[in-house]
Design a binder for this molecule. Structure first.
Ligand code: SAH
Length: 392
């Protein structure tokens, strides 16, 4: 195994167990080092700080194990077992709930790896070349997890691996194959299209926020913007909404929403889907038409460079909702942009509220659920922010 030596005084963040080594902290790169290699990282005085995957780019090493001990041959099995134990503790593995995130990258001490579980299928995404090379080992360990009963492992990294690494990953089953794809979340059924859908096919990270929405839905007229698979809509239907409109600019998303409504509430006239742009819909809809609105857009700022425009996007979107929502209405508004902090998001929403002249109170401050844990040494792992607002 090759060794990467750091420049003097560059070991501090690693000693606090932050798992990223930035390229600027490295004194020398050993000869023959290849992207995806497991490397040993040493401080300038030769102390072994940990072991991780090397990659070309600003984050040069993602540490998998801190300290001087080399990762054991059953490293992945142990980490996956520990991740599974946590999900059992969280009470997420039940007859009426069989989808959850098993591995949330750094939050499960497995930087570069994401695994979502849908029944007996695991959908795995590698974000680093190192995890790509380890994929068979990980898939094997998944199927051997006691009690997890994972029979199929679908590998879906065509869009998550660095394009420049030229790894040419093929989205495909590494173990088994399963083409029926219904998962159960809090007793509701969802078609999960991991082959063609966004991310791993479903946004499991909104599970608890959807459950909260259900409690507010009774007797309300609900507008679910950026609905994708219609998660919030299905919960609103079960919560007793008078009507539910789901909006997404993608026709594919609109049909996924229709399918999920049909699966749970066949022929229910309360629901309608609209394949149109969110801003257009909000601009054209009547005032006071809805008294429960969900805004869960894609990340408006994917990188720091897009922060200013992203914040402007959140402000404009929320301003439109404040302008149109009925008095006594409730707004669920989210940002999943990692670079937008909780404070920035709140300020953008506050500015929108001030602009609209509406009186707004915060009822709940939401975040990602416990199966998307944040390693306290790695605050960058926190990304989902939400506010539930009462609009007079
Ligand atoms: N709320 C969803 C996840 C939303 S993902 C859930 O709970 O699962 C973001 C969605 O926004 C995607 O489906 C994407 O097609 C849609 N989208 C992106 N830009 C849009 C726009 N301008 N208008 C409407 N929908 C848009």
């Amino acid at each position: 195994m090759k060794t990467i030596k750091l420049k003097p005084k560059k070991e501090e963040s690693l000693l606090r167990h932050h798992p990223w080594v930035f390229s600027g902290a490295i004194a020398n790169l050993p000869e023959g080092l290849e992207e995806g290699d497991m490397v040993k990282v040493e401080s300038s005085d030769g102390t072994v700080l940990g072991y991780g995957h090397y990659q070309i780019g600003s984050i040069a090493v993602r540490i998998l194990q801190f300290g001087s001990e080399t990762p054991a041959p059953d490293f992945f099995r142990r980490r996956l077992e520990s991740a599974f134990r946590l999900r059992s503790t969280l009470g997420l593995i039940r007859e009426d709930n069989n989808c959850f995130r098993l591995v949330h990258g750094e939050g499960d001490f497995l930087p570069g790896l994401v695994i979502d579980i849908y029944g007996d299928t695991a959908v795995m995404q590698a974000h680093s070349p190192g995890m790509h090379f380890e994929r068979m080992k990980i898939a094997q360990a998944l199927t051997e997890l006691p009690e997890a009963r994972i029979r199929n492992v679908y590998y879906k990294s065509e869009t998550t691996l660095p394009y420049k690494a030229k790894l040419d990953p093929q989205n495909d089953y590494l173990v088994g194959r399963y083409d029926g794809n219904i998962a159960i979340e809090n007793g509701l059924r969802f078609n999960i299209d991991w082959l063609r859908g966004q991310k791993t096919g479903f946004f499991v990270d909104q599970r608890e926020n959807r459950a909260l929405l259900e409690k507010y839905a009774e007797g309300r007229k609900v507008l679910n913007m950026f609905c994708y698979t219609g998660g919030f809509s299905v919960y609103a239907m079960r919560g007793g909404a008078l009507k539910v409109d789901s909006v997404d600019s993608s026709a594919k998303a609109a049909s996924l929403t229709d399918a999920n409504i049909d699966l749970n509430f066949p022929d229910d006239p309360r629901h309608h889907t609209h394949a149109v742009d969110a801003f257009k819909f909000l601009g054209e809809m009547d005032k006071d038409e809805y008294d429960l609105i969900i805004l869960d857009p894609p990340a408006f700022a994917k990188h720091r460079s897009a922060l200013k425009n992203g914040l402007l996007g959140y402000r404009k979107l929320n301003a439109k909702a404040f302008e149109k929502i009925k008095s006594g209405g409730i707004l669920f508004t989210f940002s999943c942009s990692q670079v937008v902090t909780r404070e920035m998001f709140r300020l953008a929403v506050f500015t929108a509220a001030a602009q609209s002249g509406r009186k707004v109170r915060i009822l709940h401050q939401l975040t990602q659920p416990a199966d998307h844990p944040v390693d306290i040494s790695h605050p960058e792992g926190e990304y989902l922010k939400g506010l539930v607002l009462y609009v007079e």
